[in-house]
Design a protein around this ligand. Structure first.
Ligand code: F6R
Length: 241
């Protein structure tokens, strides 16, 4: 794992965005894996700015999101579909039918998991996957204890994850209890991975990732087994390294 420490969140976002943009220029048909949450929003803002100013085009890009809540419709403001449209898709030229997110309202959720997994493979797999990390080490919504051999699956969200994400909802009760997430094995098949880590609330997780052992009890530790991972961490997140 390569670690890039930056002085600020802005610098982290700038650096990661610049690398994503250069990869899109090198391969306009990039299969780009995306994450939601607070951490990547700075990167998405810079991708939008660059699209407006430098006209970087996403017309041939396919995007694949990591996860989606179960039981929340696409139009709901708390869905990851909505989040991605607001924070990225509506502001760049990616055709909406080339943006892919698991459907948390599918009638047959097991079938939806199989479909999404197969769909990514049929598209040739993910070239570059953007990840954030949970305080408990989750990647995607793969909570501690998830098998490293897991494929896209249904997960029961940890209480700590629901609490952390309740900031986006009116109350904790409104936070779904389940999500569909790409599995650990699905994520590990990405050719390259950028892990974005920001803020002092992530300092312990980052220190455990860098210094700790590889264990299913700390899902992000699996990234140590991947050949092409870059961690972008700001000063606060790097405080315990
Ligand atoms: C989101 C996702 C999660 C987040 C993680 C960190 O699609 O898969 O793993 O990346 O929960 O979230 P933030 O960035 O809000 O701290």
């Amino acid at each position: 794992m390569k670690l890039i420490k930056t002085s600020t969140y802005e610098a982290l976002s700038q650096m990661a965005a610049a690398q994503i943009i250069s990869k899109i220029h090198a391969n306009p048909r990039l299969n780009l894996g995306l994450a939601t949450g607070s951490t990547p929003t700075g990167v998405y803002k810079r991708l939008i700015q660059d699209h407006e100013v430098n006209k970087t085009s996403y017309k041939q890009v396919n995007s694949f999101n990591l996860d989606e809540y179960i039981g929340i419709s696409k139009k709901d403001h708390n869905s990851y579909h909505y989040f991605m449209c607001e924070n990225l898709f509506d502001h760049i030229d990616i055709p909406i039918d080339q943006t892919h997110i698991p459907d948390g309202t599918a009638e047959n959720l097991d079938e939806e998991c199989r479909r999404y997994e197969q769909f990514i493979q049929e598209h040739g797999g993910i070239d570059l996957q953007i990840l954030g990390i949970g305080q408990n080490g989750h990647i995607g919504f793969n909570e501690p204890g998830t098998s490293f051999t897991s494929r896209t699956h249904i997960i029961n969200l940890a209480e700590s994850t629901r609490k952390a994400n309740s900031r986006f909802f009116e109350s904790l009760e409104d936070v779904p209890t389940q999500a569909i997430t790409m599995g650990i094995a699905s994520i590990m098949e990405s050719k390259e991975i950028f892990l974005l880590v920001s803020g002092d609330s992530k300092a312990e997780a980052l220190a455990r990732l860098v210094n700790g052992e590889v264990s299913e009890q700390f899902p992000a530790s699996v990234l140590k087994n991947h050949k092409n991972v870059t961690i972008f961490a700001d000063k606060e997140a790097s405080a315990l390294l």
